[in-house]
Design a protein around this ligand. Structure first.
Ligand code: GDP
Length: 526
């Protein structure tokens, strides 16, 4: 029988964040390759096609079938067990991505060397910052012409507010790309450009090793100058600062050519934090505790009508999960029936016998598990830091058959608990307003209402620009605020009050008029 503390210490659970096209899929594949989880590059490909198929429902369905198996990838590397959590490629499902980031202990940020810090990366970094998630950076596509590396580091520091410590440094770039220099090892890794196999890499020890100037010419001189600048700037690696999310170690490479990935993975398993304690409304839960606990951060519905089940993704926070054990749902206040739990090894789903802190298990269920649910051995606690994110798109639901109102509400409640959409019910009329982060979410909701609840609905534009949860320490002032703005107030699925602003001007004016009220764009799961 294994010991919880020993098992927990082995785990490294992370996700990759990046702007589309920076190379997340390619890097994922190469990490699996170096981790020994797949033999040949090319296995992760299946997921890609859908990113462009914005309106093709079938493609979406196919994607879902595939992505269930690739949502979590576990592989052993250097005495550690690495759990890589995939995030949806399509930005319409970015809420799923945000919530996945609440289930990791660290993240890997991929930056395209030609493009630098892009919009989606900025947004994902904001989410990481909610929990001070430590970040390791990989500057990708060095085999192509990109921006000067010093400029890229400067941009990461200024735009993302993260101090950069280069661990490797490029020797040339684009057609002149010759390799990287490892600052901590004082060693060059030389680039051969072989894209198809993990070739033996030539290394040269020592920055000042003789003959390098002759061999690499101007690229070598530039590297020497840049390293000197870095040393003067004093950017030593500091593990505590990295773990406190103040500093990011930076690696350079070319994922497509398998280059720089091994060094990245080595740095990752050495520095990335093991499972961290988790805050709850009752106390902090330590991963080493013997009793099992975990929370659900994602629910994936099965689109196949023959298997109308759902897989809830649960992050183990403490103790051991063992097959067949009784689980207690804190929200329902009782036992929750699970037919089987799945583990995820690269491309196979397997039934899991046991799982440890940091691991993710997939729980089959028929709708009795909701996002944010805590499952325990009986203790009542609620994990904090699994937020709802304010949606950016809104639609009014129009029911084709008014007699189906009950089914509609039931379906929407369920879809809300799965995190597929958010629902707002205005205080002063009977509208039902849906909120989403991406338009594809609306397609999914419409399809599932018809398919699973037999409800025909259509969605209309509505004059809502954004939604903000509101609260105020002074009940009298709060009531006055709600009364005055009643026509723009609604309740969310959990009964909390939301201000539905008609425009950004409307939001800022309302804020100015009510400085005592807080307008929040995230809310803890109830
Ligand atoms: P994702 O959208 O972040 O998952 O990005 P992908 O991994 O799909 O990569 C986007 C595109 O960039 C694809 O055409 C890749 O082949 C290409 N790509 C990825 N890594 C590299 C690299 O290291 N060098 C070059 N030249 N292209 C790359």
């Amino acid at each position: 029988m294994s010991n919880v503390a020993d098992q927990a210490l082995l785990r490294r659970t992370f996700a990759i964040i990046s702007h589309p096209d920076a190379g997340k899929t390619t890097l994922t594949e190469k990490l699996l390759l170096f981790g020994g989880a797949i033999q040949l590059a090319g296995t992760v490909k299946g997921r890609k096609a859908t990113r462009h198929a914005t309106s093709d429902w079938m493609a979406l369905e196919q994607q879902r079938g595939i992505s269930i198996t690739t949502s979590v990838m576990q592989f052993p590397y250097k005495d550690r067990i690495v759990n890589l959590l995939d995030t949806p490629g399509h930005e319409d499902f970015s809420e799923d991505t945000y919530r996945t980031l609440t289930a990791v202990d660290s993240a890997l940020m991929v930056i395209d060397a030609a493009k630098g810090v892009e919009t989606r990366t900025i947004k994902l970094m904001e989410v990481c910052r909610l929990r001070d998630t430590p970040i390791i950076s990989f500057v990708n596509k060095l085999d192509r012409e990109g921006r000067p590396p010093l400029e890229l580091l400067d941009e990461i520091e200024k735009v993302l507010g993260l101090q950069c410590t280069p661990i490797t440094w490029p020797l040339g770039m684009g057609r002149e790309f010759k390799g990287v220099y490892h600052l901590l090892e004082d060693r060059f890794y030389l680039y051969s450009g072989d894209k198809h196999r993990i070739s033996e890499i030539e290394t040269v020890d020592g920055l000042l090793s003789p003959g390098l100037g002759d061999r690499f010419g101007q690229s070598y001189q530039t590297l020497r100058d840049e390293i000197e600048l870095l040393q003067m700037a004093g950017t030593e690696f500091d593990l505590d600062k990295y773990r406190a999310a103040k500093l990011t170690p930076v690696f350079f490479g070319s994922a497509i050519s398998n280059f720089g990935v091994r060094e990245l993975l080595n740095g990752f398993v050495e520095w990335a934090p093991p499972p961290q304690p988790r805050a709850t409304d009752a106390r902090d839960v330590e991963p080493t505790e013997s009793k099992f606990s975990g929370f659900v951060f994602k629910i994936q519905a099965n689109m196949d009508p023959k298997h109308r089940d759902r897989v809830a993704f649960l992050r183990v926070c403490s103790g051991a999960y063992r097959r067949g054990m009784a689980l207690h749902s804190v929200r329902l206040g009782g036992p929750v029936r699970i037919s089987s739990a799945l583990t995820f090894m690269a491309s196979d789903r397997e039934t899991v016998e046991e799982a440890w802190p940091g691991d993710i298990i997939g729980l089959h269920n028929h709708g009795n598990i909701a996002i944010g649910d805590a499952l325990t051995e009986g203790e009542t606690l609620r994990f904090l830091g699994i937020p709802n994110f304010a949606p950016e798109l809104f639609r009014r639901v129009v029911l084709r058959d008014p007699l189906k109102a009950k089914q509609l509400n039931k379906g929407l409640d369920q879809l809300c608990e799965e995190g597929a959409t958010q629902v707002y019910r205005p205080l002063t009329n009977n509208d039902i307003i849906l909120g989403a982060v991406g338009t594809l979410q609306f397609d999914v909701v419409q399809f599932r209402l018809r398919d699973e609840y037999n409800v025909e609905s259509s969605f209309e534009p509505v004059s809502v620009h954004c939604a903000r949860w509101v609260d105020c320490p002074d009940p009298a002032l709060f009531n006055a605020f709600v009364d005055k703005n009643e026509t723009r107030m609604a309740r969310d699925h959990y009964g909390d009050l939301v201000y539905l602003a008609s425009s950004s001007v409307n939001l800022s004016m309302t804020r100015e008029r009510h400085p005592e009220v807080r307008f929040l764009d995230t809310k803890e799961h109830a």
